[in-house]
Ligand binder design. Structure first.
Ligand SMILES: [Zn+2]
Length: 141
């Protein structure tokens, strides 16, 4: 029996928004722990088929509740920030040294949480010294 032509298999569509991740320039590999967290409680049987566990950067970040940073990615060649044809946000994440949550730096959020627990008369002084530290010269860049 002769078989008809097979339907094309789409291997790069984002599982959440459907965008073509290859076209978008967001073909990457993150470390297992990041991927496990992104897919926790969401895997359906069809996700085991090839190409069904693909996410664009935006949808992966949406699932994680934070932006990605350099250490989230493996050292696979597809993660080289110097390569051409990758999206600007992927290039940003591949080189980012910290994450953001709702547009805020994680360090600012943590500092704010600690400062909120101080007696009110100490908060402003500590916040100012935090900002001085944060915006000041760094020993390691
Ligand atoms: Zn998406």
């Amino acid at each position: 029996m002769k078989r008809g032509p097979r339907a094309p298999v789409i291997l790069t569509a984002c599982a959440d928004c459907g965008v073509g991740t290859l076209t978008l320039g967001e073909y990457y590999m993150v470390k297992d722990a990041v991927w496990v967290q992104a897919w926790a409680g969401r895997r359906k049987p069809w996700h085991e088929l090839p190409g069904q566990q693909v996410l664009c950067i935006g949808c992966l970040e949406e699932r994680l509740g934070r932006t990605l940073m350099a250490c989230d990615f493996t050292d696979a060649p597809v993660n080289d920030p110097a390569q051409e044809n990758i999206s600007q946000r992927m290039r940003d994440r591949l080189t980012a040294k910290q994450v953001a949550i709702d547009g805020e730096s994680i360090f600012d959020l943590l500092a704010a949480r600690m400062i909120e627990n101080l007696p009110p008369d100490q908060r402003e002084a500590l916040w100012l010294s935090w900002e001085r530290y944060r915006d000041g010269p760094k020993l390691v860049e």
